[in-house]
Write a protein that binds this ligand. Structure first.
Ligand SMILES: *[C@@H]1O[C@H](CO)[C@@H](O)[C@H](O)[C@H]1NC(C)=O
Ligand SMILES: *[C@@H]1O[C@H](CO)[C@@H](O)[C@H](O)[C@H]1NC(C)=O
Ligand SMILES: *[C@@H]1O[C@H](CO)[C@@H](O)[C@H](O)[C@H]1NC(C)=O
Ligand SMILES: *[C@@H]1O[C@H](CO)[C@@H](O)[C@H](O)[C@H]1NC(C)=O
Ligand SMILES: *[C@@H]1O[C@H](CO)[C@@H](O)[C@H](O)[C@H]1NC(C)=O
Ligand SMILES: *[C@@H]1O[C@H](CO)[C@@H](O)[C@H](O)[C@H]1NC(C)=O
Length: 307
């Protein structure tokens, strides 16, 4: 029996006896990798694993089987179920380590290219849960560029775009991998200004994370941003968004102050975020917010100095 056929069997979602599943897997595996792998004592069939409750907490052996199944199936229904179970299991910190050690991150990562958007979204969600562990982030960073490109080209306001943005936000909670987003900042602002509120809030969380890092200040200030960005600095804008844009400009200004950049006039091109934030129109917006401001965001209003 050839590897391709065995994969077909799994994809068809046949009820496989535990031993049979192992046997089929061994055939496909040994052809590709010379059969070096630890012995397995699977207790559940492939279908059991994907047919049970999404909330089942799996042991090491079951996680290993789940990953084998994910690696070998082409069936979007099985792929999606396996990814949801994997993502739910990755909510537990012990499992985040086990899944990495079983080689689960590249297996999950390869599914972000899945042609089915629903499977793709579930892969991004699973990676997001795995990314809570910093050692996992070191492996997940290999997918950052792809996720950025997908987020920027993906259907606007789609579930898959939001899932990608959540993953990028989670990957920027520390400064370690933020530089990888530098070249996408202009485009992220564009999605912010064209997408709806849910997309916008998620992008702002990401941009706010970047703005805490002085090393990212140049990239943010130099980004080409449409002047409609300033319309977000308005008391009528949803509070969640207003708070984030205020935090963003406050953070950027703090970075410049710390670096002593405010004394010298930075040279950023016309149409850049720097140009907008330190222009007269922004100062007017800020003064209006300070005057009519609600108690919850008033303290975040910073009237930026003009250059
Ligand atoms: C999978 O679920 C279907 C429908 O809920 C059920 O009919 C079937 O027996 C289940 N298969 C296994 C192996 O549990
Ligand atoms: C994607 O897969 C799901 C099942 O997981 C299916 O319901 C859906 O129709 C598929 N979408 C496309 C475009 O094939
Ligand atoms: C991810 O983890 C959260 C808890 O941190 C959990 O609620 C969620 O169901 C998990 N699964 C996925 C696929 O995101
Ligand atoms: C990262 O993502 C997970 C799952 O979606 C979430 O529970 C967690 O709060 C996020 N962590 C941070 C620091 O944002
Ligand atoms: C944004 O669009 C998505 C997809 O149409 C929708 O599910 C979501 O509710 C929208 N969010 C807002 C705040 O309008
Ligand atoms: C990044 O954003 C997340 C979610 O908004 C937040 O929990 C976290 O504290 C932020 N991290 C930094 C460094 O700003």
């Amino acid at each position: 029996m050839g590897g391709a056929r065995a994969v077909g069997w799994l994809a068809a979602g046949l009820v496989l006896a535990a031993g049979g599943c192992y046997h089929i897997y061994k055939l496909t595996r040994s052809q590709r990798q010379g059969g070096h792998r630890p012995p397995l004592h699977p207790s559940r069939s492939a279908e059991d694993l994907t047919n049970g409750s999404y909330d089942d907490v799996l042991n090491d052996d079951q996680l290993q089987k789940l990953l084998y199944l994910l690696e070998s199936t082409d069936d979007p229904v099985i792929t999606e179920r396996a990814l949801v179970i994997l993502g739910n299991n990755a909510a537990f910190s012990a499992n985040q380590v086990i899944i990495r050690k079983l080689g689960g991150i590249p297996i999950t990562g390869s599914k972000i290219n899945h042609p089915n958007h629903s499977s793709k979204e579930k892969a991004l969600n699973a990676l997001n849960n795995l990314s809570v562990n910093v050692d996992n982030q070191v492996k997940i960073k290999a997918y950052i560029s792809q996720v950025c490109k997908d987020v920027l080209s993906g259907p606007l306001d789609s579930a898959v775009q939001l899932a990608g943005l959540r993953l990028l936000t989670n990957m920027t909670v520390t400064n370690d991998h933020q530089h990888m987003l530098s070249k996408y900042i202009t485009d992220l602002f564009h999605v912010l200004l064209t997408g709806n509120g849910s997309t916008g809030v998620q992008i702002l969380k990401l941009l706010v994370n970047l703005s805490e890092n002085p090393a990212m200040a140049d990239g943010l200030l130099g980004a080409q941003v449409d002047s409609s960005f300033l319309s977000l600095y308005d008391g009528h804008v949803a509070k969640e968004i207003l708070l984030q844009v205020l935090t963003l400009s406050q953070n950027i200004n703090n970075c410049l102050e710390k670096e002593g950049c405010l004394a010298i006039q930075p040279t950023f091109p016309k149409g850049s975020l720097c140009f907008l934030l330190y222009g007269e129109k922004c100062a007017q917006k800020m003064r209006a917010l300070a005057e009519h401001g609600g108690a919850d965001w008033k303290e975040k209003v910073t009237v930026l100095p003009k250059f």
